[in-house]
Design a protein around this ligand. Structure first.
Ligand code: NAP
Length: 256
């Protein structure tokens, strides 16, 4: 049913931060984009407008990636949107990006509720959103899961978050292995510290944290959202057709 060769990407958490930059970079490379937002519809709509200015088609759908029970309804809505807006029954790229952090000083201070929420959004949500995408994602497509530099190095208080992200990295290898027969590739992008709204904008608004990050990074600055989107767009492109099952850290050389 697809009428042209334009590819379609689904980017979770595309309303702000890294997801917004990923969506804009995919659009700049000629892809149509479906973004999801959790609560900030207005910000999602402004991302849509920016994508449409590039000449690509776009739509925004609400999704809480921590609520797996909503996924069947989400994909039903997505399918309607694919048919009506994109004249397609498939999409090509899934970017599992949506997520939040927690601000606690230690393992001891991490609550069970925080832990469960991280698991639900960052691991269980990614697993089942990907599983339920399988009928809709085109053969030859690509999946990029956003992890974190914190799976390689440690930062007190990030134990629960980083453990869950490690789970996503293992999951990515299994996706790559199992979907290889369909020529669907799966890779991880692991950003370093990026100045977004993440974790209550802690990095962006705390000069001491910025100085610390600069001191431990070979390229002595903090990361920005636009350091990430182009890498994800590359991984979705044909230029990356032989990259599969890999973790690519995009962190300016943190803790080398
Ligand atoms: N920033 C960093 O330093 C950093 C480093 C490594 C990895 N990461 C990872 O990068 C990803 C994006 O982070 P960011 O820095 O762009 O954060 P951000 O600026 O806070 O943006 C978070 C995005 O995720 C969405 N979101 C949050 N919780 C959600 C949920 N339960 N269900 C669905 N969508 C949800 C938000 O939607 P609304 O706008 O509707 O709220 C928003 O679009 C996350 O997976 C994060 O773990 C970030």
């Amino acid at each position: 049913m697809k009428t042209n060769i334009t590819k379609i990407a689904l980017v979770t958490g595309g309303s702000r931060g890294l997801g917004k930059d990923i969506a804009l970079n995919l659009a700049a490379r000629g892809n149509d984009v479906i973004i999801t937002y959790n609560s900030r519809k207005d910000e999602a709509l402004s991302v849509l407008a920016a994508i449409e200015q590039t000449g690509q088609r776009a739509t925004a759908l609400q999704l809480n990636t921590g609520d797996t029970k909503s996924f069947d309804t989400f994909y039903a809505t997505l399918l309607t949107s694919l048919k009506n807006r994109f004249q397609s029954e498939r999409f090509d790229f899934l970017i599992n990006n949506a997520g939040h952090g927690i601000t606690v000083p230690s393992l001891a201070a991490t609550t069970e509720e925080q832990f469960d929420e991280l698991v639900n959004v960052h691991l269980k949500g990614v697993f089942f959103l990907t599983q339920k995408a399988l009928p809709y994602i085109s053969d030859g497509g690509a999946i990029v899961n956003i992890s974190s530099g914190l799976t390689r190095f440690t930062n007190p208080g990030s134990g629960a978050y980083a453990s869950v992200k490690s789970g996503v990295e293992t999951l990515t290898k299994y996706i790559a292995k199992e979907l290889g027969q369909r020529y669907i590739r799966a890779n991880v992008v692991a950003p370093g510290a990026i100045a977004t709204d993440f974790n209550g904008s802690r990095l962006r608004e705390t000069p001491q944290v910025q100085e610390h990050i600069k001191a431990i990074t070979a390229l002595p600055r903090i990361g920005q959202a636009d350091d990430i989107g182009s890498v994800v767009a590359f991984l979705c492109s044909n230029d990356a057709k032989w990259i599969n099952g890999q973790r690519i850290e995009v962190a300016g050389g943190m803790y080398l």
